[in-house]
Design a protein around this ligand. Structure first.
Ligand code: PEP
Ligand code: MN
Length: 357
């Protein structure tokens, strides 16, 4: 399947403003009919046209709130009837697809824990065959662009044409600032590979906490994302799932008012996108330097044990020679690389001297 030739159709349903950012908002989970209706009314008055709500919830461990299930479909029908908003839910099995289609849900998304599993995605794709509605495919939990593209291809292969991607960040073993690391270079590469595929950002699941949602949304806009999927709840602190990352409809309105939208007609690559790629490369350089210093330390231990001198002129000359030759092949200034390697080598020597003492 040639990714440049995908015949995609618009995910923008009639009556929805196609201008960036396209907004989908609603609670992480439907909890009660009252909570769904209160949240939906609060969101609808802000002029938002697409309402999200999970009814089958993929929870990491058993025993948590796993969603209200099919009972929530009737509540979503009521949202549509009373507010006019389109409704969006997560589907993870063939049965979910059949029930949600029967209930007239307008938009489906495939969750991050489903995208990782080609069997599950294929099952959903097969169940969708013959349907024509927007399908949003979240990135897999692990940072694997090919798996993400594979899921998009499976749904496309079943004849669905209104496709979009959702960037919700990538899990990491050690939780740092974000619940899920943004790794922006991955959705940027997705855009490069499938330029006409709309991409949403889900700052709620990236951040895991309320106060990072606005800056992440702004970053997504600066990177020319098409839309935002934001968890919104009438009483976030009391939410039965993902309470820390949900905001009220009023906070959502404020956030959207403060967003600065630049380059509305998406240039090939924005400054923010290019900077993001540079940042990623800088991170890799620093990580590689850290690995290099670690190995230099191991060599230091070896030299100490074998009573060898730290500085070995012939070895240094060999490194310089090899790297400057490589620089010439790669169209880099050999003097710059010579200077850079000299600095790196000096730092390695300093490390080894610390070991000797
Ligand atoms: C969700 O959007 O409610 C959800 C479960 O998200 P994810 O699949 O991104 O974890
Ligand atoms: Mn959630």
């Amino acid at each position: 399947m040639n990714l440049n030739d995908l015949q995609l159709e618009s995910i923008v349903l009639p009556g929805v403003d196609p201008k960036r950012p396209i907004i989908i908002a609603g609670p992480c989970s439907a909890e009660t009919e009252q909570q769904v209706m209160d949240t939906a009314r609060g969101i609808a008055v802000q002029g938002i046209k697409m309402f999200r709500s999970g009814i089958w919830k993929p929870r990491t461990k058993p025993g948590g709130f796993e969603g209200v299930g099919a009972a929530g479909l009737a509540w979503l029908k009521r949202v549509k009837r009373e507010t006019g908003m389109y409704t969006a839910i997560e589907v993870a099995t063939r049965e979910h697809v059949f029930e949600a289609l029967k209930a007239g849900i307008d938009i489906f998304w495939i969750g991050a824990r489903t995208t990782v599993n080609p069997f599950a995605v294929q099952e959903i794709a097969d169940a969708l065959r013959g349907a024509d509605l927007p399908i949003l495919i979240k990135n897999p939990v692990n940072p694997d662009l090919e798996l993400w593209i594979g899921a998009i291809q499976r749904v496309y292969g079943a004849g669905l044409r209104r496709l979009g991607a959702v960037h919700r960040g990538f899990s990491s073993y050690e939780k740092k600032r974000y619940r899920n690391e943004p790794q922006w270079q991955i959705p940027i590469e997705l855009r490069r590979r499938i330029p006409n595929l709309p991409i949403f950002c889900d700052p709620s699941h990236i951040s895991g906490q309320r106060d990072l949602i606005a800056p992440l949304s702004q970053q997504a806009m600066d990177l020319n994302f098409d839309g935002l999927l934001i968890e919104t709840h009438c009483n976030p602190d009391a939410a039965w799932s993902d309470a820390n990352q949900q905001i009220t409809p009023e906070m959502l309105d404020h956030l959207l008012c403060m967003l600065v939208i630049r380059n509305a007609n998406r240039p090939s690559e924005s400054l923010a996108e290019l900077r993001c790629r540079i940042d990623h490369i800088d991170d890799q350089i620093v990580e590689l330097l850290s690995k290099r210093m670690q190995i230099a330390g191991e060599i230091g231990v070896y030299k100490k044990e074998h009573e060898m001198p730290i500085f070995q002129a012939a070895r240094y000359a060999e490194i310089l020679e090899r790297c400057t030759e490589l620089a010439k092949h790669l169209d880099l200034n050999p003097d710059f690389i010579r200077q850079f390697i000299k600095e790196v080598h000096e730092e390695s020597i300093r490390r080894q001297m610390m070991i000797m003492n």
